[in-house]
Structures are given as C-alpha cells and as structure tokens.
Design a protein around this ligand. Structure first.
Ligand SMILES: O=C(CO)COP(=O)(O)O
Length: 123
C-alpha cells in the first residue's frame, strides 16, 4: 500500500511514537509524508519515507495530487483541532479529496489504531 503520514506540529510526537510502535507494519509499505513529519519519522524510525514539501509550503496539496492520481491507499493525518493553521484551505482540500476518492483517512490516533488493525489483519 501507499500510505501518507502527516502530523501538525503539536501532533508530531504522537506520530513519532505511532510509527515507532508500528514499524513492522510500516516497513512493508511505501510511505509518503509532508516534509517535517517525514524527516522526523526517518530520524526516529529509520523507515524509508518519500518526503514532499512541508504542509504550509504545498505538501498537503502534493499529497492531494497523489490521491487524485489514485496513488494513495491510506492517509493518516494527525490534525491539531485546537490550533489555527495558515494553510487551513489546503488541509480541508486534502480531507475533501479523501472523501472524493473514498480513501481511508484517520485524523486521530483512535481511528489510526483501528485502521492499522484492519490493514494488518488483511496481510
Ligand atoms: O502542515 C502539515 C499538514 O497540514 C504538516 O507539514 P509538515 O510535516 O511539513 O510539518
């Protein structure tokens, strides 16, 4: 599967812990991430990650383009619901494209755990 991993700043620690915990799952898949999130995942897990630009600099739109090209199978996007983002339209557009293309999307750890459990059971 092609999997996108994205986290807003206050959720980056959570993403690091999540990818560390599920490293055995993630190492079997092609990973894509926005710039800063991707670098942190690489630094802490040594997983291979294809990094696009940072979210506020167009990275969310690049992930959105991959979704619209039907190249993404799962999106895990730990959003920060309590902090205004300068690129909020890009965030909304990415989430919208997941709905347009029926791509499974987790925006919090509860859903992410659920989706990973399901994806692992199908391996
Ligand atoms: O802003 C983001 C998602 O909207 C994430 O971007 P970074 O991973 O570059 O911080």
């Amino acid at each position: 599967m092609n999997i996108a991993l994205i986290a807003h700043d206050k959720k980056k620690e959570l993403m690091i812990e999540f990818t560390k915990k599920h490293r055995d799952f993630f190492c079997k898949h092609q990973l894509f991430a926005t710039g800063t999130t991707g670098q942190l995942i690489i630094d802490h897990t040594q997983l291979q990650v294809h990094r696009v630009k940072s979210g506020p600099l167009g990275g969310d739109q690049q992930i959105g383009a991959l979704i619209s090209d039907e190249k993404m199978d799962l999106v895990i996007f730990f959003r920060d619901p309590l902090t205004a983002q300068p690129h909020e339209p890009d965030v909304s557009a990415l989430i919208r494209l997941c709905d347009v293309y029926n791509i499974p999307l987790a925006t919090n750890i509860g859903t992410a755990n659920y989706l990973l459990g399901y994806a692992s059971s199908r391996e």
